[in-house]
Design a protein. Structure first.
Lengths: 262, 299
C-alpha cells in the first residue's frame, strides 16, 4: 500500500551485520591511509629515494674495496630511520589535523583498536623499508661489481634483525610522540630536536653524561646499526625505549581514549 | 531508534546540554532545532559516542553507541561534512569507510550515484569540493552501511535549494521505509517540511517538543481584512481572542474555520485567511536566538 512509484533512492533498512571489523581489516585500512594521499605517497617515495641517493653517493665516493653489500646496507638505515618516525607521527596526528578522527572513531568507537591497527600498519611499513634497503643495497652491490668495486656479498646475519629492530623502534617512537602530543609540528620538532638537546646538555652538564648513555635514544640505538650488541647495550636500549616509546604510547593511548572528538 | 534520556554535559561549571530527553522512533524524521550553540552538536556527539555524557544515557537500537559492534551498519552519521582529509578523493573516502565496515566495494559507486556525485567529482580531492559537494559526500558516507538510523548535523548547509529539496525527498523515503532520522538545523523553515516531530533546544535545555503539525498548529490563524476594526468586532462577537500583528492583520487563537465563519456572519470581506504556520514556534525560536547566541560562541 505504501509502495511508491518513484524509483527507490535509499536501500531499505535491513538487519545490520553484527560482527565488528577485525584488527586485520583495520590494519589494512590504516596501511591504505598511509598511501592514499599525495602527501603520503611523497613521504613513502622520499623514504625510498633517500636510500637510493645514499647508495649512489657511496658508489661514487667509497674506495673500491669498501663497495660491499654490508657497506651499502648499513648507512641507508640512518636517513630512513629519520623519516620513518615522521610517517609514524603523521599516521596518528593527521586524523586530528585533518579532522578525520570524527569519521574514524564514529565507525570504530573502540578507539584502542584503531590505534593498535595504526601501530601495526607503521610497523609493517618499517619492515617494508628494511626490505627496500636490502634491495637497494643489492642493486648497489651489483653495480659496484660491474664497475670495478668489490661487490662482495658478505653480510653478518645478525645485522638484519638489528636493522629491523632499529627501524621498528624508530617508527614506534614517532607514533608514540604523535599519540602523546597530537599536534603534527610539535611532535615532529620535539622528535627531531630531542637528540640535539641531549647532546648539548650532556656536553655542558657533566652530571648528565651518564644518564644520557641510558636515555638518549640516538646513543642507545646506535649499536643496532652494527653486527653485535652486548648485554650492557641491550640494557641501555631497553631503558631508553621504556622512557621514550612505551611511556608516551601508554599516556597517548589514554589521552586518545578520553578525548572528546569534535 | 534513538533514545536519549536525561542527557547532560557540563564543561567546567557550564551545562552545554542539560537534562535532554527525547526519542527518535522508526519511520519518522525528527527535527532537532535550536540556535547555534544551543547544544545540538554536543548532544549528537554524545549519541555517537564521541563525547562522554556527564550524566544520562543515549542508546541506538537499545545499545550505547560504543557497544555497537559495527556502528556504520546500524547508524549513519554525518556530523561535519568538512571533517574529511583534503588530500583524499571522494571515492577514496568512501572506499576506506566501506573497507572498515566490510561493505562490498560496489556500494561505493551505488552511493556516489545516489547522492549525485559523478565520476569526475568522485575522482577529485575533497579539498577541491564545495560545501554542497561535501554534504553530498557526507550523506553518501552516512548511507554507505545501509543503516536503519541516520544522524545528520546541519546537512542542508551549503546545499542549493534544489539540493535541499532532493535531500528532503531522500530522508522522507528513508523514514517511510522504517528508518529513523535525527536531523538538526538552526532554521525552522528548513526542517518543518520534512520533520514529523520537532525537538527544540535552547541553552542546552529542551524548550518544546512534539509533532510538527501540533507545534505549528498551536500558532493559530492569521486573518486580515480591509476593514480591520470591523473584523475585530466580528471576532469579539464570536468570542474569538485576537491580537494585532506587527505586519498588520490579526492573530487568532483558533482554527481558520471558525474565524472565516465569524467574518462571514458579520459580512466582513477578508483579504487573507491562513494558519499562522510556525509563527508561534518562530517567536519562541527568535527569543532563544536573541537570548543565547550573543553570549556563546557558535559551534
Amino acid at each position: 500500500m505504501t509502495a511508491t512509484t518513484i524509483a527507490p533512492t535509499v536501500a531499505p533498512p535491513h538487519r545490520a551485520e553484527v560482527r565488528g571489523p577485525s584488527l586485520l581489516r583495520l590494519t589494512a585500512v590504516e596501511l591504505r591511509k598511509l598511501a592514499d594521499t599525495r602527501a603520503g605517497r611523497w613521504l613513502l617515495a622520499t623514504l625510498a629515494l633517500a636510500s637510493a641517493v645514499m647508495v649512489v653517493v657511496q658508489l661514487s665516493v667509497l674506495a673500491d674495496e669498501r663497495q660491499t653489500f654490508t657497506e651499502f646496507f648499513g648507512p641507508q638505515l640512518i636517513p630512513t630511520g629519520l623519516l620513518l618516525p615522521v610517517l609514524g607521527i603523521l599516521s596518528i596526528t593527521s586524523e586530528w589535523s585533518q579532522r578525520t578522527a570524527l569519521t574514524t572513531y564514529t565507525l570504530v568507537p573502540r578507539r584502542e583498536r584503531v590505534i593498535v591497527a595504526k601501530l601495526a600498519a607503521v610497523v609493517l611499513a618499517a619492515l617494508a623499508s628494511v626490505l627496500v634497503s636490502l634491495a637497494i643495497a643489492a642493486l648497489g652491490t651489483l653495480v659496484a661489481g660491474a664497475t670495478g668495486g668489490a661487490g662482495t656479498w658478505t653480510f653478518e646475519a645478525a645485522r638484519l634483525p638489528y636493522a629491523v629492530a632499529f627501524q621498528v623502534l624508530n617508527v614506534l617512537m614517532g607514533a608514540a610522540f604523535g599519540l602523546l602530543l597530537v599536534n603534527t609540528p610539535l611532535a615532529v620538532v620535539t622528535y627531531l630536536v630531542l637528540p640535539t638537546v641531549w647532546a648539548m646538555l650532556s656536553g655542558m652538564v657533566a652530571a648528565l653524561r651518564e644518564p644520557a648513555r641510558w636515555l638518549d635514544t640516538s646513543v642507545t640505538m646506535e649499536p643496532l646499526l652494527g653486527p653485535t650488541m652486548t648485554a650492557d647495550q641491550w640494557g641501555r636500549l631497553a631503558v631508553s625505549v621504556l622512557v621514550w616509546v612505551a611511556l608516551p604510547l601508554v599516556a597517548g593511548l589514554v589521552r586518545t581514549l578520553r578525548r572528546e572528538v569534535s | 531508534m534513538i533514545q536519549v534520556e536525561h542527557l547532560t554535559k557540563r564543561y567546567g561549571g557550564r551545562a552545554a546540554v542539560d537534562d535532554v530527553t527525547f526519542t527518535c522512533a522508526p519511520g519518522s524524521v525528527t527535527g532537532f532545532l535550536g540556535p547555534n550553540g544551543a547544544g545540538k552538536s554536543t548532544t549528537m556527539r554524545m549519541i555517537c559516542g564521541l563525547a562522554s555524557p556527564t550524566s544520562g544515557t543515549a542508546t541506538v537500537a537499545g545499545v550505547p553507541y560504543r557497544r555497537l559492534p559495527n556502528p556504520g551498519r546500524e547508524i549513519g552519521v554525518l556530523l561535519d561534512a568538512s571533517a574529511q582529509h583534503a588530500g583524499r578523493s571522494g571515492r577514496e573516502v568512501l572506499a576506506l569507510a566501506a573497507a572498515t565496515m566490510g561493505v562490498p566495494r560496489r556500494e561505493v559507486d551505488v552511493k556516489l550515484d545516489l547522492v549525485g556525485l559523478g565520476e569526475a567529482a568522485a575522482r577529485r580531492r575533497v579539498g577541491a569540493y564545495s560545501l554542497g559537494m561535501r554534504q553530498r559526500l557526507g550523506l553518501a558516507h552516512a548511507l554507505l552501511g545501509d543503516p536503519r538510523v541516520l544522524v545528520l548535523d546541519e546537512p542542508a548547509n551549503g546545499l542549493d535549494p534544489e539540493g535541499i529539496f532532493w535531500m528532503r525527498g531522500l530522508l522522507r523515503d528513508f523514514a517511510d521505509r522504517g528508518g529513523s532520522v535525527l536531523l538538526s538545523s538552526h532554521l525552522l523553515r528548513e526542517v518543518e517540511a520534512v520533520a514529523d516531530r520537532l525537538v527544540v533546544i535552547g541553552g542546552g535545555r529542551i524548550v518544546a517538543q512534539g509533532g510538527t503539525d501540533e507545534l505549528l498548529a498551536g500558532a493559530g490563524t492569521l486573518v486580515r481584512a480591509r476593514d480591520g476594526a470591523a473584523l475585530g468586532r466580528a471576532l469579539a462577537a464570536a468570542g474569538l481572542e485576537a491580537s494585532p500583528q506587527p505586519g498588520g492583520g490579526l492573530l487568532v487563537r483558533a482554527d481558520p474555520d471558525p474565524v472565516g465563519q465569524a467574518a462571514a456572519v458579520a459580512g466582513v470581506a477578508l483579504t487573507e485567511l491562513r494558519p499562522a504556520g510556525g509563527g508561534g514556534l518562530e517567536q519562541l525560536f527568535l527569543s532563544l536566538t536573541g537570548g543565547t547566541t550573543t553570549k556563546e560562541t557558535t559551534a
